[in-house]
Design a protein around this ligand. Sequence first.
Ligand code: AMP
Length: 284
Amino acid sequence: MLIVKQITDLQKIISNQKKTGLVGFVPTMGALHAGHISLIKKSKSTCSYTVCSIFVNPTQFNDPNDLLKYPKPIELDIKLLEASGCDLLFLPDVSEVYPEGSTKKRNFDFGNIDKVMEGFFRPGHFDGMAQVVDRLLDIVQPDKLFMGQKDFQQLTIVRAMLKITSRQTELVICPTLRESDGLAMSSRNVRLTKELRLQASIIYKTLTWAKRNARHKKFDALCEKAYNKLSLPFFKPEYFELVDGFTLERLNNYDDSNFIIACVACWVGEVRLIDNIIIKNEKV
Ligand code: AMP
């Protein structure tokens, strides 16, 4: 696997690869786990060249403490990527991605989808996320972009951004990989204490409970009950919502949409975890 830090070097390699095949791109913030690797594998199954980036983007951390504590096990990440068959790791410094004078954010109008849920609780987060994905897509110019359902709101916004910017890149959504007890794999899980790690599976259990009960219960009552289930000692749910999978607008009943998703964010001790489950998917 090639490791490239400079944009000019990367672009030479990619334009060569694009002459003969498809380039797949998996952007990450490192601290890789099997969930990330599943995206690499998916890219390798349909593209002839797979690029992964590791870049802990400072502009999407609304909490400086979160940025400081974000795990950065780069040697391990490189080993995992090599074993996965990834072709190239793009590992830029902050100054390479945001050279002086280029930090100005492009202002996208996403309407409602970046204001609710994560957008409400992490102000500025999606501005930073959209800025870095837009910048990375400018740099890499991939044919396909692989992202996880785990960050459902993020990929909804990226889908909107691809449309606004009229990019040709195809967004490929990959399923959430989970630990054996259902906890969604996340780079943040290593920061959980042993006790709280054991209890954290309540998040997935609550999502599956909501899915089982969604057809027959009013959604506000369902969400309130889910919220209560999550309110264990040292757990602090921020939201539990059932929304339309495209507009992310809150729904009242199972019949209100053909595409319904339950999204949750919950503090577990000092670690903030997010997860979601598709409740109904009859997209036309
Ligand atoms: P991150 O490094 O957390 O920014 O994530 C990089 C990419 O990996 C994003 O597209 C995430 O949605 C995806 N991802 C994170 N966790 C998982 C998981 N458990 N299963 C599948 N994809 C994931």
